[in-house]
Design a protein around this ligand. Structure first.
Ligand code: S3P
Length: 434
């Protein structure tokens, strides 16, 4: 069912965004492979992370879920059981790719598959290095899901990643847990390093020297308590909303600011954003509160090593660019084409519906900002980040808009629309808005 979206006069107040999606997935996966109980607080109860839980339960791992706390009763590195049925990964690329790395090293066969979007996403990028380690993987047409894995002994490799992808890096490192000898991955630019941090926290030796990461397979991983910080990818919607809606002042509590994830702050600050970092804290993963106030934004160039540090925030950054003065160029971002949707095509089409001046390029978008945007009937392409980005855009459009599939936000942020509405000033009733 579609949802109406209305312009906002001001956004004020505080929000706490749900737990980080990448860290939540890894907490379940590594907790399952550890010895002892992993207590996870702040876990993201989004559909993607629930897919990860469901896959590990099918391999005999006991996982208790209450409200937003999760306890994973670890099976140990060699304790996963053969699944009796297909492992269904839903819409989640992270579940599919990281799990494939783990399954490659198991002494049993397994089959992985996901929804229509997952069945289109490239898996050749993980199959190639995993096969080089000795894994046996059959994909549909070679490099697509479903993937069927058969048991085979693994040997560590030294592998240069063709793209800066944390999913690819993590799949190889996780397979390395079960390999003979060390595994080294070399990234073209640093991508999120949550796997490396968590593995170290659980006792594994992971040495990282800039873009080169080496894992020595451990005898065992030991369970630790994990407090998942708020997801900066979810905070990004409120950052851009607060910047583009006049008279706004929003505090976003408990946001993870791992330096491999803060490209969004760097890009927005380069565009003239007023964002304050307060109460810096956190050990394994740094955390702070963010305060954002409406700001006059100007265009910028976003490319190179910045891209992997803000890859999931590019759709909402395109919205910020449409409200900024002057030109914004997003380049080196061809990876956007193989996300939950082709996000370059999707954002170009959706922002154009509102009257933005945006042009698709081979590896990104060029946006001439500052046009007056009008409300429109937006299409999410079944992609949570497109739906939420267009909801932010609608706040700054003249007239009302709709979004066709607001429910897809539940992949990463089930309460997104209500939380966004809770910030509206002056407080309005539905009849006021109409
Ligand atoms: C993720 C890595 C990124 C990101 C995805 C989550 C992860 O994908 O887009 O949402 O948790 O490792 P790539 O590594 O494929 O760029």
């Amino acid at each position: 069912m579609s949802r109406s979206l209305f312009p906002a006069r001001a956004l004020r107040g505080e929000v706490t965004v749900p737990g980080d999606k990448s860290i939540s997935h890894r907490a379940v996966m590594l907790g399952a492979l550890a010895e002892g109980d992993t207590h996870i607080s702040g876990f993201l109860m989004g559909e993607d992370c629930l897919s990860t839980i469901s896959c590990f339960r099918k391999m005999g791992v006991k996982i208790d879920v209450t409200d937003n706390a999760v306890v994973v009763h670890g099976a140990g590195l060699h304790g996963l059981q053969p699944p009796a049925e297909l492992l269904y990964t839903g819409n989640s690329g992270t579940t599919t790719r990281l799990l494939c790395g783990i399954l490659a090293g198991q002494p049993f066969s397994s089959t992985l598959n996901g929804d229509a979007s997952i069945q289109k996403r490239p898996m050749g990028r993980i199959i190639i290095p995993l096969e080089r380690m000795g894994a046996k993987i059959d994909g549909r047409d070679g490099n697509l899901c479903p993937l069927h894995l058969s048991p085979a002994p693994l040997t560590g490799i030294r592998y240069e990643l063709p793209v800066a992808s944390a999913q690819l890096k993590s799949a190889v490192l996780l397979a390395g847990l079960f390999a003979a000898g060390t595994t080294t991955v070399i990234e073209p630019a640093p991508s999120r390093d949550h796997t490396e941090r968590m593995l170290r926290g659980m006792g594994a030796e992971v040495v990282s020297d800039g873009c080169t990461i080496t894992l020595t397979p451990p005898q065992r991983l030991h369970a630790v308590d994990i407090d998942v910080p708020g997801d900066i990818s979810s905070a990004a919607y409120f950052l851009v909303a607060g910047l583009i809606v006049p008279d706004s002042d929003i505090i976003i509590r408990n946001v993870g600011i791992n330096p491999t994830r803060t490209g969004i702050l760097d890009a927005l600050e380069a565009m003239g954003a007023h964002i304050e970092r307060r109460n810096l804290r956190g050990t394994v993963e740094p955390v702070c509160d963010l305060r954002v106030r409406s700001s006059r934004l100007h265009g910028t160039v976003i490319g190179g090593a910045l891209i992997p540090r803000l890859i999931d925030e590019l759709p909402v950054l395109a919205v910020a660019a449409a409200f900024a003065d002057g030109e914004t160029v997003i380049r080196d971002a061809q990876e956007l084409k193989v996300k939950e949707s082709n996000r370059i095509a999707a954002m170009t089409a959706e922002l154009s519906r509102a009257g933005a001046d945006i042009r698709e390029t081979e590896d990104g978008m060029v946006i001439q900002g500052g046009k007056l945007l009008h409300g429109a009937d937006f299409v999410s392409c079944a992609d949570h980040r497109i739906a939420m980005s267009m909801a932010v855009c609608a706040l700054g459009c003249s007239g009302s808009s709709t979004i066709d599939d607001p429910a897809c936000a539940a992949i990463s942020y089930p309460a997104f629309f209500d939380t966004l509405d809770s910030l509206r000033e002056p407080r309005t009733t539905r009849s006021d808005k109409l």
